[in-house]
Design a protein around this ligand. Structure first.
Ligand SMILES: [Zn+2]
Length: 404
C-alpha cells in the first residue's frame, strides 16, 4: 500500500480537483482517491507539497518505429528488425519519461509493436502501456505501404485486418487518404479507400470488440470515415491540392457522429511555420479551432517519430502539442481531459486508464506547480508511475527511488 499526497489531485475529468488530495495505490491499481487523510494509513507515504497529481498522459498517435529524424522511406540501408526493435524500446523509454503512460502506436512493421508491448508488460523494457495497431491497412504502394499492410479490394482488406487481429493487434489502422513521405502513394488530399472499403475494416475490428483509427486528410475521406463509423479520425486536416480548407459543415457532421479526432499536434509545430510558411500553419490551426467550435471531440496525440519535411517530431515533445491546443482556444482543464479521459476512451482503454478512479491502473504523474493555471508545468515531472511502478528517469529519480 502506498499513499501519494499533493496540493492538488486532478481526476482527469474537466474541473474535478481535490485540494490537498491523496491517492492510495496497491498492487499496481488505484484503491482510493480523496482528500488528505481519507485513505487511512499506509507504510509508504510520499508527500509532495507544491505538486499536482494527475492521470498519466496518453499519446493517442505515435510511431515508435520511426526515429523522428530520418525519412524511413529514403533511408539508404534499411534497419534490421532487431535493430529497429531496440530503437523502439528507446523511444518508449523517452515517451514514458515525458509523462506518457499509455501510447497508441498507429503503425509499425513486422508486428514489432506487439513484441515491445508485451515486453513492457513483462517488465523487460521500460515504457508506457501500448495500444498497438500493427500494420496500417493501405493500398498497394499507398501511404506507409512499407509496413506490410497492402490491400486493394474488400477481400484483401478483410484478410489483412484479420491477420493483424490474429497476431494480437489492439486496434486497426487504415489509411483512408494518401499522405506525406511515401513517394508512390497518392497525395494527402486524394482518397485511397471509399466508404464501403472502410466499412469492412470497421466490421472486422468491431467483431472482436476493437476500434479503428483512420488516417484522413482529404475532405472526401473525412466524410467516408464518419459514414463507415471509424473510432478516431487521425489528422483530419481538411487538405486540398491548394492547402487546408476548413469545411464547417463537414466538421458539424464529425461532431454529430461523436467520432473522435486526433489532429496530431506536437511540439515541433513552430517548425511548420519555417518549412511550410505562415499561411499553411494558420490554415491548419484554423481547422483545429473550427472543429473545437463545431463541438468535435478532439484528443491529444503527436504522431511522434514521424518527421515531415525534415522537421523532427521528438518522442518526448508531448506537452508542446498540448500547448498548441491552448493557442486555438482550449482551456487548460479541457486540454488535460483531452490528454487523459477522452484519449483513453478513444483508444479503447477507458475502463482501465485515463482517470484517477478506484480499480483503474495506477498510471499517474506528479508535477511541480499547477498545470491548470500553467500548462508548461506538465514538464516539471517529479514522478511517473506506470501501473504503480516508478519510472526512474532524470528528475524522477531524485524524488522517489524506483519501486519494484
Ligand atoms: Zn501517423
Amino acid at each position: 500500500m502506498r499513499i501519494i499526497r499533493a496540493d492538488r489531485v486532478l481526476t482527469g475529468r474537466r474541473g474535478e480537483v481535490i485540494a490537498n488530495g491523496e491517492v492510495l495505490i496497491d498492487k499496481g491499481k488505484i484503491v482510493s482517491v480523496g482528500p488528505r487523510g481519507s485513505a487511512g494509513a499506509a507504510d509508504d507515504v510520499l508527500d509532495l507539497p507544491g505538486h499536482t497529481v494527475l492521470p498519466g498522459m496518453i499519446d493517442a498517435h505515435v510511431h515508435l518505429g520511426f526515429d523522428d529524424k530520418v525519412d524511413p522511406v529514403t533511408r539508404r540501408s534499411p534497419e534490421s528488425d532487431h535493430h529497429l526493435l531496440l530503437r523502439m524500446a528507446e523511444n518508449a523509454r523517452k515517451l514514458v519519461s515525458a509523462g506518457v503512460t499509455t501510447a497508441r502506436d498507429l503503425g509499425a512493421r513486422g508486428f514489432l509493436d506487439l513484441a515491445l508491448r508485451d515486453a513492457i508488460e513483462e517488465g523487460l523494457a521500460v515504457g508506457p502501456h501500448l495500444v498497438a495497431a500493427t500494420r496500417p491497412i493501405t493500398i498497394t504502394g499507398g501511404h506507409c505501404w512499407y509496413m506490410g499492410g497492402e490491400a486493394d479490394d474488400e477481400p484483401a482488406i478483410r484478410r489483412v485486418a484479420r491477420e493483424n487481429l490474429r497476431a494480437g493487434a489492439d486496434c486497426l489502422k487504415v489509411m483512408a487518404s494518401g499522405g506525406l513521405m511515401t513517394p508512390s502513394a497518392p497525395p494527402s488530399w486524394v482518397p485511397q479507400y471509399d466508404t464501403g472499403q472502410l466499412r469492412v475494416v470497421v466490421e472486422e475490428a468491431a467483431a472482436r470488440g476493437k476500434g479503428v483509427a483512420a488516417h484522413a486528410h482529404a475532405h472526401a475521406s473525412i466524410r467516408s470515415c464518419v459514414e463507415a463509423g471509424v473510432t478516431t479520425i487521425e489528422h483530419c486536416s481538411f487538405l486540398t491540392a491548394s492547402g487546408h480548407r476548413f469545411d464547417p459543415e463537414l466538421a458539424d457532421l464529425v461532431a454529430r457522429s461523436g467520432t473522435y479526432v486526433c489532429p496530431t499536434v506536437h511540439g515541433a509545430t513552430e517548425r511548420i511555420r519555417q518549412v511550410y510558411g505562415e499561411k499553411m500553419l494558420q490554415d491548419w490551426l484554423a481547422g483545429i479551432a473550427g472543429m473545437r467550435e463545431a463541438g468535435v471531440r478532439q484528443i491529444a496525440g503527436t504522431d511522434a517519430g514521424f518527421a515531415v519535411g525534415g522537421i523532427p517530431n521528438a518522442t518526448d515533445g508531448y506537452v508542446g502539442g498540448l500547448e498548441v491546443f491552448a493557442t486555438v482556444g482550449y482551456g487548460n482543464a479541457e486540454i488535460i481531459e483531452m490528454a487523459t479521459v477522452l484519449a483513453a476512451d478513444a483508444c479503447g482503454v477507458g475502463e482501465v486508464a485515463g482517470s484517477l478512479d478506484p480499480g483503474k491502473r495506477a498510471d499517474l504523474v506528479a508535477v511541480a506547480g499547477d498545470p491548470l493555471s500553467r500548462l508548461a508545468d506538465l514538464r516539471n515531472l517529479a514522478l511517473v508511475l506506470v501501473s504503480g511502478r516508478s519510472v526512474g528517469q532524470g528528475a524522477v529519480d531524485t524524488v522517489t527511488p524506483s519501486v519494484g
